[in-house]
Design a protein around this ligand. Sequence first.
Ligand code: DAH
Length: 383
Amino acid sequence: MPYTVSKLTDYSEEALDKAADNLLAALEQESQAVKSESDWKAFRDRWMARKNGVLTQVNELWLKAAPKDGKRDVGQRVNALKATVEENVQKSRPSVSATAMPRGVSAKAEVGVVKAYGERPIDITLPGNRRPLGAEHPIIKTMNEMVSVFRNLGYSIEEGPEIETDYYNFESLNFPPNHPARDTQDTLFIADQESKPLRDRLLLRTHTSPVQIRTMEKMKPPVRVVCPGKVHRNDAPDATHSPIFHQIEGLAVDTNITFCDLKGTLDHAMKAFFGSSVKTRFYPSFFPFTEPSADVQISCIFCGGKGYRDGGRCPQCKASGWIELLGCGMVDPNVYGFVDYDPKKFSGFAFGMGVERIAILKYGVDDIQLFFQGDVRFLEQFG
Ligand code: DAH
């Protein structure tokens, strides 16, 4: 008659001792009968199976049913039984010396290996499991590198929301309602905003420039910040466009900031990032929030600014020797009006650059989509 766990009616010390003795006697007896691996598996399952093994029954019939004031004692006893059963089951496993051991493994090592692997045949000559290291995404890497160039100049970092209001994305940056400059931004608007006043309507920010306004609203000059982040435009994806991309914005406002400071700062930043032989050139441009505005070009890093290489035209700079990289300018006095800065007292410059564009140049990537497709073969090259 095989051992079964029966309900306890009596929870006295003696009764508990007796129940435990019976259980251990049955365990001992059954473990003696284990001769083969399949005997052992049946034995292990009978005692330890989670679903209805003896230990589970002990838990159900003895511990859970124990009177409240006896629970602690019964719990300790059940734990001790559990440990004994587990140990006994482990010990009664038939020897696994049948497993082929590679020559040259010492007896001591053999015991360890056998213990660890049981009966599974092992081949210790196989290579170990590789755990590939992660790599920083090239866009994050580029962003961090550029941001740290400005951190070294004493700039701090500010961030802002990706869902912005019309006010922060446009109006306060001196894009009046219906101004044609808004059309250059291919904006993605959030639906069903028409019932709100224009300035409160939500959209996906098209640039990081709104962070300039948010920063000036909460800080008085001197201000020196860089604002990295994600931006959105209604552009169809192709090799050079993506509806989601990243920018880094910069803003410096103080007394006596001049266009010379802007030129010196950006020239330094481009040299620090691309190498000290890179030259910069400032080209007249227009942005509603800067006056004067400029586009910054760097001497072509592929042909060294010569416009030709390998006996032909340089395709990267279209033989011009220059590559356009970012927009900048002196903060338009109208902008100060929106943030309550005195334009007679303060002046400043701002700039904005596309992170993907910089990464494409720095790493020689020929398709912006690669940054967003998540192909490990591309990404692991930046490890
Ligand atoms: N926000 C501009 C854009 O996305 C880039 C830019 C140009 C930012 C000039 C600036 C700036 O801060 O001064 O097209």
